[in-house]
Design a protein around this ligand. Structure first.
Ligand code: PRP
Length: 210
């Protein structure tokens, strides 16, 4: 998502030098000196923004749903499109009674999904390589991100149900949205224009190929 977000920002006129990106510095300025970027793990993006350390952030909807943080989401950047899905292997026992064991990096999303359907579950929280859990017998199914579907297929799993779609979002701190309205508003409109231009370009390519 970082590459896609930086490409979009560049299209919107905010550029970070190749030298800054190649460095190990975790906080760098854009070429115009107007913005400072901090590079953090996805789950930490809403934390920095909610606390106002960063005025704005770029993060997936999946992370926002799981974090439950209180930040504004003014713009869908339409990058890193994927879905959060329930997946399982052959012999999926979803319809059978009893507690369903669900492995996931998204415990809140998974609990809410099965809770809404009245399905009793035990959530097994993992940090990654979630697809291994049903294969090795740790869980009946997983709730995980699916982009191309390749990881599922190569581990003998398939999507049982899509829970929701996810794309990269611009998030904004509530106070910054008011107190830095001009700067934040300018960034939102520059990015909104960049998203629209990129989408128009894609449509033209698709139409040209048709
Ligand atoms: C994500 C996700 C799946 C994979 C899906 O994992 O958790 O494992 O990507 O992509 P695909 O549908 O294109 O195969 P990530 O790369 O974040 O690694 P992780 O398993 O260590 O979390």
């Amino acid at each position: 998502m970082q590459q896609d977000a930086l490409a979009l920002l560049a299209r919107g006129g905010v550029r970070v030098s190749a030298e800054a990106l190649a460095s190990r510095r975790l906080a760098v300025e854009d070429e115009g000196g107007l913005y400072r970027f901090v590079f953090v793990k996805p789950a930490d993006v809403p934390v920095y923004v909610e606390h106002g350390i960063a005025d704005c952030g770029v993060v997936g909807r999946d992370v926002l749903l799981e974090s439950g943080t209180d930040v504004l989401q003014p713009l869908d950047l339409k990058i890193s499109r994927c879905r959060i899905a329930v997946a399982a292997g052959e012999g999926w026992r979803g319809g059978r009674p009893g507690v369903l064991h669900v492995a996931t990096k998204y415990p809140r999303v998974a609990a809410a999904h099965f809770g809404a359907r009245g399905v009793p579950v035990e959530i097994i929280q993992l940090s990654g390589s979630v697809e291994l859990a049903p294969v090795l017998g740790l869980a009946d199914c997983i709730v995980d991100l699916v982009e191309t579907g390749r990881t599922l297929a190569e581990n003998g799993l398939a999507v049982v149900e899509t829970i929701t779609e996810s794309t990269g979002r611009l998030v904004v701190n509530r106070a910054s949205y008011q107190l830095k309205a001009e700067a934040v508003g300018a960034l939102i409109s520059d990015l909104a224009r960049a998203v629209a231009e990129r989408e128009e370009g894609r449509e033209r390519v698709t139409e040209g190929a048709a």
